[in-house]
Design a protein around this ligand. Structure first.
Ligand code: BES
Ligand code: MN
Ligand code: MN
Length: 456
C-alpha cells in the first residue's frame, strides 16, 4: 500500500485516538433536552476540526433541533463528488451502574475504547475526518471532491436533515454518499451494508379513570390502565413473532433468491449469536425464516418501556389512571411509515378494552432502504477493502435504521456506500459500548484508500 496519506495516518494514529477521546467526552445525547448545549458543543468541535484540516466553507447549518456540520473541498476537477455522512449525537447511557467505566470518560481496555458513542457514531465520524486529514495534510489535496454533512439528530429520527435533504440544497450536490455508521459482519471481514430497515416509533397511551384510585376501594369496578395496556400489547404480536395488525405484511418485498443465497454463505453461527450476542435461553421469531431474514428482511414490533404507575420500593395500592408504552416497529422494503402507522393506529383503537381511552402518537419514523450495488463507487470500495483487509467484501443488510440513507436516494438520486467498521459485539445503544481500536485504524486506512480508488 504505497500511499503517503496512509503513512501519515499510521504515524499520527496515537494523536487521532486522543482526538477521538476528546469528542467522546462531550455527552451529546440528542433525545434529552438538557443536553442540547452538549450537542452544539460536539458540532462546534467537529467544525473546528474540519477547518483545521483544510476543509472549506465549514459552518453549522441550523435545524429546528440540533445543528448539522457542513464543509467541502471541491478542487478535484473532473473527479466524482462524495457526500460524507455521519452523526455526532448519541443514545442515552443508562443503565449507568452497568458501565465498567463511566460512559463519557473514554477508557482503553484490551484493544478497545469504551464510551457512549465510541462506535455509534463518533468513532466512525472521526475515522472519516482523520482519513480526510491524512489526505489533505500528506498530499495537499483530496483525490475526489468531498462534501461533509454530519447531523446531530440521527438517534431521534433525523427530522432536521430530512427537511434539508428534501429541499435539494446545492450543498448536497454529489455523485454518491459515503456513510460510516454500520458494522462488519464478523471481525476482520470487510463488509458493505446494502440495506436497512425503516421504523415507526410510537407512544401508546391508555387512560382509565379521572385520577389515580385506591385499589381496594375501587378495584373490581374501575378499569385499570396498565392491565388494559398489557391486553392491547399482547394482541399486537403472537407467540411466534407474527405481527397481528391486519394488512401489516401486505407490501413486504422479499429479498431476491440471489440475495438470500449470498446470506446463506455468510459465516453465521446461530448458537454463538444466541449465547454471546443475545445472551438468551432461546431465539424467537417467525417460523420459516432464518435469523438473518428475521432481522434484515422481516418487519418486527418491540416494546421499549412502560413508564408510569407505581415503581418505587415497597408497595402502593393504586389503580393508575394512565399508562403509556413506547412501541416501535421496524419496516422493510415495500412498506411505508405512513401506512404502517395508520394500520397500527386503527387496530389499537379497535382492540382497546371497554372503559378506557387510547391515544396513539407517532414520535418519529424513517423509510427502509436497499442501495444500488452496480456502480463504480461500490466497485472502488471493494478494491480498497480487499487491499486493506486481504479478503473479498461481503454484502449484508442490517436490521438497524439510518433514516437519511433512503432520502439520499429518493430526493438526491445518490447511491450510498455504507462502509462501517463496528463489530457485532460493540454494544451499540447498550452499556459498555466500545470501538475496537484496530478497526478505528483500519477504518481510517480503508476510507483513505477508498477515496483514492474512487478517483480512478
Ligand atoms: N448506526 C445505527 C444503525 C445501525 C446499527 C446500522 C447497526 C447498522 C448496524 C443508528 O445510529 C441507529 O441506531 N439508528 C436508530 C434509528 C432510529 C432512532 C430512527 C435505530 O436503528 O434504532
Ligand atoms: Mn449510528
Ligand atoms: Mn444508533
Amino acid at each position: 500500500m504505497s500511499s503517503s496519506a496512509v503513512d501519515f495516518a499510521l504515524k499520527n494514529y496515537p494523536r487521532f485516538v486522543e482526538e477521538l477521546k476528546a469528542l467522546l467526552r462531550i455527552p451529546s445525547i440528542s433525545t434529552l433536552p438538557e443536553h442540547a448545549g452538549d450537542c452544539r458543543l460536539a458540532a462546534d468541535s467537529l467544525a473546528t476540526e474540519l477547518k483545521r484540516i483544510g476543509m472549506e466553507h465549514v459552518r453549522l447549518i441550523e435545524t429546528k433541533g440540533h445543528p448539522m456540520v457542513y464543509g467541502d473541498w471541491l478542487h478535484a476537477t473532473g473527479k466524482p463528488t462524495a457526500l460524507v455522512y455521519g452523526h455526532y449525537d448519541v443514545q442515552p447511557p443508562d443503565p449507568l451502574d452497568e458501565w465498567l467505566s463511566p460512559p463519557f470518560e473514554p477508557t482503553e481496555r484490551d484493544g478497545n475504547i469504551y464510551a457512549r458513542g465510541a462506535v455509534d457514531d463518533k468513532g466512525q465520524v472521526m475515522a472519516q475526518v482523520k482519513a480526510l486529514e491524512s489526505l489533505l495534510v500528506a498530499t495537499g489535496k483530496l483525490p475526489i471532491n468531498v462534501r461533509v454533512i454530519f447531523e446531530g439528530e440521527e438517534e431521534v429520527g433525523g427530522e432536521g436533515i430530512a427537511d434539508f435533504v428534501a429541499s435539494k440544497p446545492p450543498e448536497l450536490k454529489a455523485d454518491f454518499a459515503l456513510v460510516s455508521d454500520t458494522e462488519l459482519f464478523a471481525p476482520g471481514l470487510p463488509t458493505l451494508c446494502v440495506g436497512l430497515r425503516g421504523m415507526i416509533y410510537t407512544e401508546l397511551e391508555v387512560r382509565s379513570s379521572r385520577t389515580d384510585l385506591h385499589s381496594g376501594v375501587y378495584g373490581g369496578a374501575a378499569p385499570n390502565s396498565f392491565v388494559s395496556l398489557a391486553q392491547i400489547l399482547a394482541k399486537l404480536k403472537d407467540e411466534e413473532g407474527k405481527i397481528l395488525i391486519p394488512g401489516f405484511y401486505d407490501d413486504v418485498i422479499p429479498p431476491s433468491a440471489e440475495e438470500l443465497a449470498t446470506w446463506k454463505k455468510l459465516p453465521f453461527d446461530e448458537e454463538h449469536y444466541r449465547i454471546s450476542e443475545v445472551g438468551s435461553k432461546q431465539l424467537v421469531g417467525e417460523k420459516g425464516y432464518s435469523v438473518l431474514e428475521r432481522t434484515w428482511a422481516r418487519p418486527t414490533l418491540d416494546v421499549h418501556g412502560i413508564p408510569g404507575g407505581f415503581t418505587g420500593a415497597g408497595a402502593k395500592t393504586v389503580i393508575p389512571a394512565k399508562a403509556t408504552a413506547k412501541v416501535s416497529m421496524r419496516l422493510v422494503p415495500g412498506m411505508t411509515p405512513a401506512k404502517a402507522f395508520a394500520l397500527y393506529k386503527s387496530f389499537v383503537e379497535k382492540i382497546a378494552p371497554a372503559g378506557v381511552d387510547v391515544e396513539v402518537r407517532l414520535i418519529h419514523s424513517g423509510d427502509p432502504c436497499v442501495v444500488a450495488v452496480n456502480n463504480p463507487y461500490i466497485q472502488a470500495a471493494t478494491r480498497a477493502l480487499h487491499e486493506v483487509w486481504g479478503k473479498d467484501t461481503v454484502f449484508i443488510r442490517s436490521g438497524g435504521s439510518i433514516p437519511i440513507v433512503g432520502d439520499f436516494d429518493r430526493h438526491l438520486g445518490l447511491p450510498s456506500v455504507m462502509m462501517g467498521f463496528g463489530l457485532p459485539d460493540d454494544n451499540l445503544h447498550a452499556p459498555n459500548e466500545k470501538f475496537h481500536l484496530k478497526n478505528f485504524e483500519l477504518g481510517i486506512i480503508s476510507l483513505i484508500r477508498f477515496m483514492e480508488e474512487a478517483a480512478n
